[in-house]
Design a protein around this ligand. Structure first.
Ligand code: HPA
Ligand code: ZN
Length: 326
């Protein structure tokens, strides 16, 4: 349709995408083979049929299992390059991509090979596809604050190549307040910060992220709508929300896209963006997310323009650089 074509062609940024969650089934099988690993699935179709989830934890179990195929520098390079190629086709001009090193370093993968692989692919994409990207280092919220601080020390050599620090993993039971010192230390070191909040957790977790952690963005943020004074706080402070409609649908955060809170977020003046989270697992890249949520919520052409502009405005890039896109 017209609206779908408009969405595919409009220049946009993606701000919430996990590299570990970007591995297409075919590539997952290829990486397993290359590293001499046995997977529970022998074909891409068999693997794809496992992408059915009842909750965030149910998804995370498969997501962490999939991380095992990433071993060598070249593996990190190849998945990063594949995703950034897709950005070029989708008119994603700038992408901020998460990776959670703790999944790998705990198995003996060195932080050096992880960083060299990812950063090398980002450089190649800039040169070969004119796609700009930023790296977000994500800490696990189910591990301790001491673990998160150790992660921060381990990435210090690459400080000037890192766009920001984030946090993901099982939300309920691991509130932002568990990581006050960690986020203060990230700020002290000059990092931009973001945290997954309000995906399965309550509005109170989103409030903690804003009031106790002072994060620059919130990943998801859906449950914030349950608290009117928090909505007002997010609006007044213009804190971006990186919303992921197909992720919310597949992890049962919403029962249908027609029930998705994105339209209400826009109506209430919240700084929302649309993102893919873990594209093959949830059935679409950023364009599919925008196309499907536009259809389900009957978003207008102006809404699409707002979402595209918001994606650049919310990016962790310098203001002068942003104006190139706006
Ligand atoms: N939430 C928490 N952790 C994650 C997610 C998510 O949506 N995707 C990948 N890791
Ligand atoms: Zn996420």
């Amino acid at each position: 349709t017209d609206r779908a074509q408009f969405i595919r062609h409009i220049p946009k940024a993606e701000l919430h995408m996990h590299l570990e969650g970007s591995i297409e089934p075919q590539m997952m099988l290829g990486l397993a083979k290359r590293n001499g690993l046995d997977l529970r699935w022998q074909t891409a179709d068999a693997l794809r049929s496992a992408y059915e989830f009842s909750s965030l934890q149910d998804f995370l179990n498969l997501y962490f299992e999939g991380c095992k195929v990433l071993v060598q520098q070249q593996d990190f390079h190849d998945i990063t390059r594949a995703y950034l190629h897709r950005c070029a086709t989708d008119n994603v001009l700038h992408a901020e991509i998460f990776i959670g090193p703790q999944s790998f370093t705990e198995r003996g993968v060195t932080i050096e090979s992880l960083m060299a692989g990812v950063l090398g692919a980002m450089d190649d994409a800039r040169r070969e596809d004119d796609v700009s990207s930023g790296l977000l280092i994500s800490a696990h919220r189910h591990r301790t604050q001491a673990d998160a601080l150790a992660l921060l020390d381990s990435i210090a050599p690459w400080q000037d190549r890192i766009a920001g620090i984030g946090m993901g993993g099982p939300e309920v039971g691991n509130p932002p307040s568990k990581f006050i010192d960690f986020f203060a230390e990230c700020k002290r070191r000059g990092f931009k910060t973001t945290i997954h909040a309000g995906e399965e957790g309550p509005a109170a977790y989103v409030r903690e992220a804003v009031e106790l952690l002072n994060v620059d963005r919130i990943d998801h943020g859906n449950s914030a709508l349950d608290d009117p004074s928090l909505v007002e706080l997010l609006r007044v402070r213009a804190i971006p929300l990186t919303v992921c409609p197909l992720s919310n649908l597949r992890l049962k955060g919403v029962s249908s896209l027609a029930q998705h809170p994105l339209r209400e977020m826009l109506q209430k003046g919240l700084f929302a963006t649309v993102n893919s989270d873990d594209p093959p697992y949830f059935g679409g890249y950023v364009n599919e997310n925008m196309i499907e949520v536009q259809r389900s919520l009957d978003l207008t052409r102006d809404d699409i323009v707002t979402l595209a502009k918001n994606s650049f405005r919310a990016a962790f890039i310098d203001e002068p650089e942003k104006t190139r896109y706006l």
